[in-house]
Ligand binder design. Structure first.
Ligand code: ADP
Ligand code: F6P
Length: 326
């Protein structure tokens, strides 16, 4: 258990970690401004845990976060840091916090970043996690910062690929991000009216089903066949070659890639990131540690990180069934 529950916090740090996501800047802005309003000092830690270990730490005030709410990416930068996975890395990080008089940190990132926050909390630095990832793959929360922007960006791109697929009467395999999770695939697959959606959580690797579906649809006069393939399955290019050979329908693969992570955040991502950032600042002000802010059934809640990391989530069964029918 963390040793420093309810300790008095005077100075906090904020960092972004793991893959960036649209809305992280809105969260940073809210953390900074709410913490200052609560009477705390705020420092920005650049480039995630790597920047902490490199002591890339800057003072922040209300003006430091002006004009950033609509910006994609993260003004603090982000990184993946192998050293922070080691015991020495964590101890060094906690020492650096003490040296800079940082009593607490808001970590904006995915569940990997939460594990770092959990260990830092055990070293006596108060930590609060915010769910920052386009993947929506954090079990304790219905919402993650950046998912809404990412699905809208991907949806628009898929609409465009669909136009050209129809014109050429082609099959298109469009690969979306999400690491091992199929939430982006689910939302875009339904929203773009895809003929097939391949989820890492569900896919049986039986391509014959897809091939039969394409042949069936062609017989019924369909001019295109859109397959949304999740990154967790991957291999879209070789899949396209096999499907073309088996169906005789020209097949192309499009990997949307990093464009899904960029761009100006949607209103929803700006708003929720702002509220969650403010809650994180309040939790640190109250002396709380080892907690993550989440949203469940439309309400903002917070959980112990240990509890949050033990939770599991998967594609909702009913939504999966509906996605196959539509
Ligand atoms: P995300 O936070 O988006 O899930 P990662 O899994 O890459 O992304 O984690 C981001 C960073 O968090 C890692 O580069 C590492 O510095 C830190 N981290 C991840 N897992 C652990 C762990 N088990 N212990 C300590 N730090 C970790
Ligand atoms: O977690 C966000 C994400 O974009 C995943 O969808 C993807 O698998 C991963 O990050 C890619 O990470 P990197 O930027 O290290 O290539």
């Amino acid at each position: 258990m963390p040793e420093n529950k309810e300790k008095v916090v005077k100075t906090i740090g904020v960092l972004t970690s793991g893959g960036d996501s649209p809305g992280m800047n809105a969260a940073i802005r809210a953390v900074v401004r709410k913490a200052i309003a609560n009477g705390l000092n705020v420092k920005g830690i650049k480039k995630g845990y790597q920047g902490l270990l490199n002591e890339e730490i800057i003072d922040m005030n209300r003006r430091s976060v002006s004009e950033i709410i609509g910006l994609g990416g993260t003004i603090l930068g982000t990184a993946r840091c192998a050293e922070f996975r080691t015991e020495e890395g964590i101890k060094k990080g906690a020492e650096i916090c003490r040296k800079h008089k940082i009593d607490g940190i808001v970590v904006i990132g995915g569940d990997g970043s939460y594990r770092g926050a959990q260990k830092l909390s055990h070293e006596g630095i108060n930590t609060i996690g915010l769910p920052g990832t386009i993947d929506l793959d954090i079990a304790c929360t219905d919402y993650t910062i950046g998912f809404d922007t990412a699905i809208n960006t991907a949806m628009e791109a898929i609409d465009k690929v669909r136009d050209t697929s129809s014109s050429h009467e082609r099959c298109s395999i469009i690969e979306v991000m999400g690491r091992g999770a199929g939430y982006i695939a689910l939302w875009c697959g339904v929203a773009n009216g895809a003929e097939d959606i391949l989820f890492p959580e569900k896919y049986d690797y039986n391509e014959q089903n897809i091939i039969n579906h394409i042949i069936e649809n062609r017989k019924q006069g369909k001019k295109h066949h859109i397959i949304i393939n999740a990154e967790g399955i991957g291999h879209s290019t070789s899949m396209a070659r096999r499907i073309e050979a088996a169906t005789g329908m020209e097949t192309r693969a499009t990997i949307l890639g990093y464009m899904q992570r960029g761009g100006s955040p949607t209103c929803k991502d700006r708003y929720y990131a702002s509220i969650m950032g403010a809650i994180a600042a309040d939790l640190l002000t109250e002396g709380k540690t080892n907690r993550v802010v989440a949203q469940q059934n439309g309400k903002f809640v917070d959980f112990d990180i240990d509890e949050a990391l033990a939770m599991e989530k998967s594609i909702p069964e009913y939504e999966y069934e509906v996605s196959k029918i539509l």
